[in-house]
Design a protein around this ligand. Structure first.
Ligand code: SAM
Length: 281
């Protein structure tokens, strides 16, 4: 094939691919790009805005997206630590859409595979702590960066026989709303006691513990909050296990020891799903 023939064929493929993008989707992408542009002069977001705009421009066409993947992936891999996703920008609308999408993937029957190993390990740990405690009381689990609360729901499903008091904390209001909606449905079905706590403090932990003891053995509270502030409101030893999954990619390298310190101060056991260093050979 001649060079002209090759480019002609490629142009044909690109044009054929364009109708695959619906008008609604391209309108949404245009809206996202225009929202991102409002942040491009903010030094905290400048670099991430440029990367996200490049991605969304490519996402308008499958063929452009393939080209973007081929060209940008190794460059982005090198600066993985500084990357921000749409949920990290202060756009409530896109946070809500993005995390609702993540929740629907996680809730899908195949989506559980994303967490299976971690949930198994967390459940093993909960059973072990229950044995060590040796009483009838609930095991108190604190989920840092709980998102829509999917981890908690998977644990409840795996451990129907273990009394649990589960407290989830998250800094994204859209996620607290998601978690609240999902747990309220289970509350109405009588499967657990749900409450929304104003903050994760000793009183909130005591209330959830009582909810588990007096109710069906499972109680949940979710609260808005910054995990780095928790040791100001919670006393050491109030929770039995701290867990966090897929949160480390939101935390800068210098802040990670601070997170470890908070966990160490609050609980004898922490289990984390490291979604950053897990890619290193
Ligand atoms: C990718 S989501 C993971 C959600 C959930 N743990 C899971 O595995 O599905 C990361 C979550 O961490 C939360 N997060 C990030 N930094 C936080 C902070 N400093 N305090 C509380 N939550 C935080 C985000 O709001 C987001 O909901």
């Amino acid at each position: 094939m001649t060079a002209a023939g090759f480019w002609g064929r490629l142009a044909g493929i690109i044009v054929e691919g364009l109708p695959l993008i619906s008008t609604r989707r391209s309108r949404e992408i245009a809206e996202i790009i225009s929202d991102l542009k409002t942040m491009q002069d903010d030094p905290r977001y400048k670099e991430a805005v440029a990367d996200n705009i490049a991605f969304f421009k490519a996402a308008r066409c499958p063929w452009l997206l393939l080209g973007w993947l081929a060209l940008a992936s190794s460059r982005l891999k090198r600066k993985r630590e500084r990357l921000l996703e749409m949920g990290d920008f202060p756009f409530p609308k896109w946070q809500k859409r993005g995390y609702a999408g993540l929740a629907s993937i996680e809730n899908h029957r195949l989506g559980g595979m994303m967490s299976t190993g971690f949930v198994r390990e967390l459940c093993r740990l909960i059973r072990k702590v229950k044995r060590i405690k040796g009483d009838d009381g609930p095991v108190v689990v604190l989920d840092l960066g709980c998102g829509g609360g999917e981890l908690g729901r998977l644990v409840f499903k795996e451990l129907p026989d273990v009394p649990l008091a589960y407290i989830g904390v998250d800094i994204t209001p859209a996620n607290i709303a998601l978690a609240e909606r999902a747990f309220r449905t289970l509350h109405k079905a009588g499967k657990l006691v749900f409450s929304k706590a104003p903050q994760a403090d000793d009183a909130a932990v005591d209330a959830v513990r009582r909810g588990a003891e007096d109710g069906p053995g499972k109680a949940v509270a979710v609260c808005f909050g910054d995990i780095f502030e928790l040791d100001k409101s919670l006393s050491p030893g109030k929770v039995d296990i701290i867990c966090h999954s897929r949160v480390l990619h939101h935390i800068s390298r210098p802040d990670r020891p601070r997170l470890e310190e908070v966990c160490r101060r609050l609980s004898p056991v922490t289990i984390e799903m490291d979604d950053v260093d897990c890619f290193r050979p």
